[in-house]
Ligand binder design. Structure first.
Ligand SMILES: Nc1ncnc2c1ncn2[C@@H]1O[C@H](COP(=O)(O)OP(=O)(O)OP(=O)(O)O)[C@@H](O)[C@H]1O
Length: 266
């Protein structure tokens, strides 16, 4: 038996922050793209969501972000079904659940200084603070993702893809989220910086007790980062569990096929 890391110990005891509970979904009158999906996120634990293109990963993420409503089943935040009419709990939800997207070139406004981009959630989510307080918070956030404080005064085009993704992560951290939902956050980056950004996610999740859902088609990255894994095929979670056991003893033929398509796992 191996000792649990602090993140794991916390995860084992922590209550579920965000969950999909028997969620099915279709776009308009189209066919169902998610069928009876259940997935739970707890503070400090990283879950990898893997599956081939079209499996429904992004659709599930959008529902977990409250950007659409399930056709049946529920998205639950802190034990309650999301209710758009309840503005107070929706505000708490929007603070607590933050996205990080795939393409750091389009997710940052090129006309906004980096500091303003990072501070934007503080303003839009009504989080207290005057100018000085916000500036100090932006400095702290940029430093926590390994960027110099003077980055705040510059524009996104002064930064590489990896640095831009760090800026996007700093912005996601601004409202002190309990969960980050990351959709292929390193697949647009050079291979050489992918692991650095992944390690940053890992460190932040551990140090700040943030739950992370990492959508990826890359099993190597999920194996490196995530304690749990959920495998989605055709809108159905065909396998879910501890990453180590799922990847060493996959039970579902689809997981085996996914594994076979990876040249070598670390
Ligand atoms: N806006 C939309 N309207 C209608 N159908 C959609 C829409 N977005 C996605 N779909 C369909 O839903 C299914 C799931 O797509 P989704 O993007 O969630 O999969 P994915 O696993 O994230 O794929 P990828 O890895 O390529 O991003 C696909 O069949 C897709 O064609």
């Amino acid at each position: 038996m191996t000792a649990a890391t602090p993140g794991e110990a916390q995860a084992n005891a922590a209550p579920v922050v965000l969950a999909a509970d028997r969620v099915s979904f279709s776009y308009g009158r189209g066919a169902e793209v998610l069928h009876d999906v259940s997935l739970a996120l707890v503070p400090g634990e990283s879950v990898g969501l893997v599956g081939e293109s079209g499996a429904g990963k992004t659709s599930l993420l959008r529902l977990l972000l409250g950007l659409g409503a399930p056709t049946s089943g529920e998205i639950r935040f802190e034990g309650h079904a999301l209710d758009r009419r309840d503005t107070r709990s929706m505000l708490a939800f929007r603070r607590a659940v933050q996205p990080v997207y795939q393409d750091p070139f389009s997710s940052l406004d090129p006309r906004m200084r980096v500091g303003d981009s990072v501070a934007e959630p503080l303003r839009s989510l009504g989080i207290a603070g005057g100018r000085t307080e916000r500036a100090a918070r932006v400095t702290e956030l940029l430093e926590s993702v390994g960027l110099p404080a003077d980055a705040a005064e510059r524009y996104p085009d002064a930064f590489s893809g990896g640095q831009r993704q760090r800026i996007a992560i700093a912005r996601a951290l601004a409202p002190e989220p309990r969960v980050i939902l990351a959709d292929e956050p390193v697949s647009a980056l050079d291979t050489s910086v992918r692991m650095q950004v992944i390690e940053l996610f890992q460190r932040l999740a551990r140090e700040r007790g943030i739950g992370l859902l990492l959508v990826s088609h890359d099993l190597t990255i999920v194996a490196a980062l995530c304690r749990r894994i959920a495998v989605l095929e055709g809108g159905i979670i065909v396998e879910q569990g501890e990453t180590r056991s799922v990847l060493t003893e996959p039970r579902h033929p689809y997981t085996r096929r996914l594994l076979d398509s990876v040249p070598r796992l670390p």
